[in-house]
Design a binder for this molecule. Sequence first.
Ligand code: ACO
Length: 374
Amino acid sequence: MGPQRQMMDVVVRSTGRYVPERVFLNHEFESFLDTSDQWITERTGIKERHLAAPGESVSDMSLHAARQALERAGLGPEDIDLIVVATVTGDTVFPSTANWLQGKLGNTRGWSFDINAACSGFIYSLSTVTALLRSGQARRALLVGAEKMSAILDFTDRASCVLFGDAAAALVLEAVEPEQNGEGYGIGEFYLGSDGSLAEILYQPCGGSSSPPTFSSVQRHGHYVKMQGQDVYKNAVRRMDEVVDGVLKKQGVAPESVDWFIAHQANVRIIDSVRERMKLPAERFYVNIQRYGNTTSATIPLCLDELVCDGRLSAGQNLVLFTFGAGLTWGSAFLKWGVPAGLAPAPGDIAKRDISDNEEAAAGAPAAPVEVQR
Ligand code: ACO
């Protein structure tokens, strides 16, 4: 046995995000689907979503978000020793999108891999990265949640294609000695679960080894998202309640002491049902689904980055991040926002972290029109 290491604390050092330039409004679906802005808004809370350009890959989107997070932390690519991408729409089946991202970033000293847990991908990845940092297997990690859902949506299926969007968001996470973190900032408890017996209520049937691509699989739309919406909805409401209660109990914190509940953004009605059951004010639940739709692995870090950029997070605030997704999978994490003094980015850096950074990134992206009618 080697020497025993003390467990490290893990803090979020910075965030970044990227959303593609093209905004696709609800009413644009009306030209080729039997749907309406009113139906989509009332049933889901979504008003618009961003769609990647045809040549724009998940690693491209991740690169923008990652560079922004690194810059805000005052770090370069070589300061990172672990890169994890949460995605179900990776550039290629293999190698991982994290590998592609590593190459594009120019990082040579780290190791990189993807995690596929659908809409729970970010929380599962956060748990994995935290465990690796806590145990000393890496010191600084880049965690990206990124999706090009438009690549796997069936734009003839009104029940699913209106729900999703494309985006990437990144965190830089760092291990710190507990002695240097007197305030106890950083990642706390997790509550995670899954039920593989319900895999078929939300999945992409073809393209994997159980059903490799064929002419017929393409004709049958087998490479697109298939969803039994009502079953997913019922399970989501139940599990979202469970994960919030579960992580608060593990952490020993009362719901009233939580400053921000940041839910996976799948349907505003699912978030509202959790909030109503807990009898908590809407102001404590961050919701941005109206602008992005469900961006799967990207929703929670996207919310975090917006809160940071809007100056709405302050050191010492308690956050609960929670999710539910295909698999079925679910999970939550407790986070005490803040970084120990020696690591904190200068306040001026935070002020610069506004949407203009993102617009600059978007300007560099391919501007080809989005083709959604196949
Ligand atoms: N426009 C108009 N009508 C529609 C649309 C649409 N876009 N989509 C469905 N409908 C119709 C249905 O065909 C149905 O018509 P019918 O009564 O004539 O049969 C009617 O609306 C009602 O359909 P429901 O499925 O009962 O509608 P519901 O209120 O349940 O809303 C929705 C559907 C929004 C999909 C909801 O079930 C939901 O949000 N489910 C969860 C989805 C989710 O969270 N998915 C992501 C999980 S995360 C991941 O891992 C990827």
